[in-house]
Ligand binder design. Sequence first.
Ligand code: PMP
Length: 420
Amino acid sequence: MTSLSPLLKQATPVVVDTALGSWINADDGKRYLDFTSGIGVTSTGHCHPDVVAAAREQTGKIIHAQYTTVMHKPLLELTEKLTGVLPAGLDSVYYANSGSESIEASIRLARMATGRPNIIAFHGGFHGRTVAAASLTTAGTKFRSGFSPIMGGVQIAPFPYAFRYGWDEDTAVDFALRELDYLLKSISSPEDTAGFIIEPVLGDGGYLPTPPRFLEGVRERADRIGAVLIIDEVQAGVGRTGKFWGHEYSAAKPDILITAKGLASGFPISAMAAGEDLMAKGWPGSQGGTYGGNAVAAAAAVATLGVVEREGLVENARVRGDQLRAGLEKLQASRPFMGDVRGLGLMQAVEFVDEDGEPDAPAAAAVQQAAVDQGLLLLTCGALGNVVRIIPALVATEAEIDSGLSRFEGALDAVRDVSH
Ligand code: PMP
């Protein structure tokens, strides 16, 4: 009998039957509050009626037209819609199916535009699992061990992970910027450096918001040496952080912005946006793929952006994010194993530690498992696996956040005795 590959090992026993909004109905009759959102994808909640209607309608018109042969209207509409939300100057958009593919596209574009080989990424960053994207990824050894050699021309610079260093944020930022300068002098000279790639909030690396001064410092160095700044908004974009783009917490602007996940509420589509001059440094045929910018996915993205705007979901992410954060901090006050509570908007996390303040991955895994028993779905993350991330849909209500918090408390209490 054919079976699912062990590569697809599941963290929960849940098999979904139907889902709506923040809720998943499993095929065994149980109901779960979904604070994973398909890894930050189902931004408008599961099966938002407007997204469902747009996808249904588009499916009856045309499902697929390959965009370098025949253009379709949803992609033109989506491009027009993105104009309203992309940072000024990023007026040229390219489409693919997944975050990794658009990350790959950005690496090629940065190299083609500068004629330089090296990309500098940051420790704990996650940019995908294709070989090039995995080469930029240091959010855990499992993402890149065992299939070397990975892509060359990548340097990894320290990220200001203040909590782990036991420093305040300013000290961590000063250190990381000094290390970056050192790297630019000793390893990857400006003449060799095509670009920098960074997330506004490290995602799989542990839900660490990038300090604004650090992002601005990276921007400054990119300008100084004529390199390209790629901001990876795959997980943080489209309202997740309480601003439309996560980088808006800083004054830094990207040369290339990558978005995916929340863009189409679950339909696979990703986008790379850049200025027209920069985009023109590539050439037709150098990028693209058979399914990129699929018509149904593009229609779902147009509908998603409509819902985000009409229902004020960026604002909701901020307000509900504050509620979630306050609730988590309250739980943390009496639980030393909740070492750090952090995040932006509806991208919140708890870093678990042992009695010595060292990373406690078994505690994070135990909380995730115990949460399933409470009817709450959560994800772990972090380069050392000791972080639980909490990613409600952007449509989450006050009552749903409260319900999630009390289920989370139940899970914490169920594991506290075994982890301490
Ligand atoms: N970049 C970031 C910041 C991500 O979070 C992810 C997915 N977790 C990716 C890139 C890769 O996206 P995908 O899985 O769609 O290839």
